[in-house]
Design a protein around this ligand. Structure first.
Ligand code: ADP
Ligand code: 5GP
Length: 210
């Protein structure tokens, strides 16, 4: 891992607002420093409005199994009856180029990533309540009532792992939650180990008196 680059894991119960917060974060911070959202592979059906290669790489179960066998995934897990996995080569290439990488993955994937990248920083997003979580899932208008019921049932199974994460953000007021996420990312980017590399030229000029 290039120590100028950070690997961020973002997890939450579905509907808590992860994608919304990440979109805002990218709009604000990507002009400041290179960052990339890792596009996972999944076997779930594409939702209306999704594009292959943008939200996910949509693949068949057969192709997913081949990719597992070829060790193509840094981590993979079964979530809501579908398979999801993070591409090893895409993440490693970005990190080696000094680009921060953001993974939107579940708690099972987060556990696997921490083993491979102990320096990864993980953030758990909590909804302000279960009623509000249901309202957000319904308001998103992307899933059938059966799927929403399934997601609500599984929310507790995700939330119970909140204490495995480095940071916990409550997404009640969206602006405030986004400020907190931005603060976490900015703090990580200003760590000594990052800045030694990112600011090497400046530090050498300052120390040489030129
Ligand atoms: P996730 O990616 O965690 O599944 P989304 O980002 O798709 O969740 O958000 C689910 C829905 O909730 C979206 O319609 C989004 O606009 C809405 N939403 C997100 N954050 C908030 C918030 N703080 N207050 C109200 N609605 C929100
Ligand atoms: P959705 O189907 O709503 O896009 O995502 C469902 C869940 O799968 C979310 O909790 C999301 O974080 C998780 N997920 C998405 N991609 C990956 C991945 O590559 N690995 C793992 N472990 N989970 C993922």
């Amino acid at each position: 891992m290039n120590f100028a680059a950070n690997l961020f894991i973002i997890s939450a119960a579905s509907g808590a607002g992860k994608s919304t917060m990440l979109r805002r974060l990218f709009a604000e911070l990507s002009p400041v420093s290179p960052m990339k959202f890792s596009v996972s592979h999944t076997t779930r059906a594409m939702r209306e409005g999704e594009t292959n290669g943008v939200e996910y790489h949509f693949v068949t179960q057969e192709r997913f199994r081949e990719m597992i066998a070829e060790n193509d995934f840094l981590e993979w897990a079964e979530v809501f009856g579908n398979y999801y996995g993070t591409s090893r080569s895409a993440v490693e290439e970005c990190l080696s180029q000094g680009t921060d990488v953001f993974l939107d993955i579940d708690w099972q994937g987060a556990r696997q990533i921490r083993k491979v990248f102990p320096g990864a920083r993980s953030v758990f997003i909590l909804p302000p309540g279960l009623d509000e979580l249901r309202r957000r899932l319904e308001g998103r208008g992307q899933d059938s009532p059966e799927i929403i019921a399934g997601r609500m049932e599984k929310a507790r199974g995700e939330i119970v792992h909140y204490d495995e994460y480095d940071y916990v953000i409550v997404n009640d007021d969206l602006d405030e939650a986004c400020r907190q996420l931005k603060a976490v990312v900015t703090a990580e980017r200003t760590r000594l180990s990052c800045q030694k590399i990112r600011q090497a030229d400046l530090i050498s000029r300052l120390l040489s008196g030129s």
